[in-house]
Design a protein around this ligand. Structure first.
Ligand code: NAI
Length: 427
């Protein structure tokens, strides 16, 4: 047991924070038809009654709707952040008013506070975990192995979390089933591409008040997130340069019409650098040494290790806050390299950041909620390890969204279905 306090014991002007948080959540809820449909079903069926859910996610308005829907479905929920800078304290406070929810998320906590809050959610002795980055699964396996027998399973939101889980699974160390929510079409093709693209660029523009038009924008990594960032930057008249380490992804970027080059060359010509690799040390000292005065450096990958800020700090003769959310590192020769949101994921951690657009998160969280229900209904069917989300669950979320948007689409005829399932119709 640790005695880390919930947010309601940490804020001074609690009531006004709760009101503002509720207002943000109501706005999000209005634009989340999938979560509205799931809430209706959960309220009626109470499928999660008796479950205890620990969650470590970006605690802002959209996530709060997922947390609330799980609690309305009968679960007791303890939630905290998955990044020290992405929590909205007012939303966290509003969540904490729900009788089934305790929220420990607080913006700006230090490492100790961050992990104390994770441990506080685990004190709930969860039967289900919902993670964004896998910190909860890691903490449970390291520090609370005695709880594992009581855990039906978990769900993981992001690429980095799924990578870590698969590495753990390969080592035989993952001891309960976890759904790779990130890998579903309903998540990856919308959240990673459109969500990261739109919200990263919007956050950088709002934080700096600078234009994209005519800038050389270097996108490191041409995966799902990188494709979104590149496409949206090009759509705002930037010249996009892509760096990659995977030949097919580099070729894809080349065929899309972007310039592809090593970071060593891109560093000399870029105006804005956005890392989306999920890897570490992507922009390092040799790159800082050749960058132009005034460049912007931002990271949209999960952890703050893509830009080597320690090396930049060592190189810098001076460092100061140039704007809210922008740290200028001034080098001995007078060049200023501007780091946004401390190199943490820019669409969530800059002071003005709001995370992904609401509609996009409606889809991702629809899949999350469906996975939690699947664990409760059929958890015994899944062995320890990483699991793909059953395709019919993902399809159902797409159907709810299409119906909500009034979009009709075709269905296979019986003849077509039979043809697609056969192997004996040749030329
Ligand atoms: P992905 O695996 O599809 O793409 C990553 C790409 O980076 C790959 O093509 C890989 O070859 C490339 N790469 C790896 N090391 C590199 C290096 N040193 N230089 C250049 N390229 C390199 O992954 P995805 O889905 O695009 O996610 C990327 C990261 O973004 C992950 O950390 C993920 O968790 C995070 N993420 C962030 C979101 C946000 O809201 N900011 C939303 C979704 C994911």
């Amino acid at each position: 047991m640790n005695d880390y306090p919930p947010i309601s014991e940490q804020l001074s002007d609690l009531e006004s924070a709760q009101r503002e948080g509720r207002r943000k959540m109501d706005w999000a809820a209005q634009h989340m038809p999938i979560m509205a449909a799931i809430r209706e079903e959960f309220e009626a069926d109470q499928p999660l009654a008796g479950e205890r859910i620990a969650m470590a996610m970006h605690v802002e308005a959209k996530t709060a709707i997922l947390v609330e829907v799980l609690a309305d479905g009968g679960a007791e929920v303890a939630v905290t952040g998955c990044n020290p800078l992405s929590t909205h304290d007012d939303v966290s406070a509003a969540l904490d008013t729900h009788e089934n929810i305790t929220s420990y998320a607080k913006r700006g906590v230090d490492d100790q506070g961050y992990y104390d809050a994770i441990h506080a959610t685990i004190d709930l002795e969860p039967t289900i975990t919902v993670d964004d980055g896998m910190d909860l699964v890691a903490a449970i396996h390291e520090d609370y192995p005695e709880l594992i027998d009581g855990i039906v399973g978990g769900a993981e939101e992001t690429t980095t979390g799924v990578h870590r889980l698969r590495a753990m699974d390969d080592d035989g160390a993952l001891e309960y089933p976890v759904f790779a929510v990130n890998d579903t079409p309903m998540k990856r093709l919308f959240d990673n591409i459109h969500g990261t693209g739109e919200s990263s660029l919007a956050s950088i523009a709002m934080t700096t008040n600078l234009s994209w038009a005519s800038k050389n924008v270097v996108v490191a990594g041409f995966g799902y997130c990188g494709k979104g960032v590149a496409r949206k930057a090009a759509g705002q008249n930037a010249n996009v340069i892509v760096t990659e380490v995977e030949p097919r992804r580099a070729l894809e970027a080349h065929m899309e019409g972007y310039d592809v080059m090593p970071m060593a060359d891109a560093a000399e010509v870029g105006d804005v650098f956005i890392t989306t690799t999920g890897n570490r040390d992507v922009i390092v000292e040799e790159h800082f040494e050749v960058m132009q005065d005034g460049v912007l450096l931002a990271n949209a990958g999960h952890f703050d290790i893509e830009i080597d800020l320690e090396a930049l700090n060592d190189l810098a003769a001076d460092r100061y806050e140039a704007r809210d959310g922008v740290d200028a590192y001034e080098l001995a020769d007078g060049r200023r390299l501007n780091v946004i949101a401390e190199g943490r994921l820019v669409n969530l951690a800059a002071p003005v950041s709001l995370g992904h657009p609401v509609e996009v998160m409606d889809q991702s969280f629809g899949v999350q909620a469906a996975c939690v229900r699947e664990l409760v209904d059929n958890g015994e069917d899944y062995d320890a390890g990483v699991h793909d989300v059953p395709d019919e669950l993902d399809r159902k979320i797409a159907e709810i969204k299409l119906a909500a948007d009034g979009v009709e689409f075709d269905d296979l005829t019986d003849v077509q279905r039979e043809y697609m399932g056969s192997w004996d119709h040749g030329t």
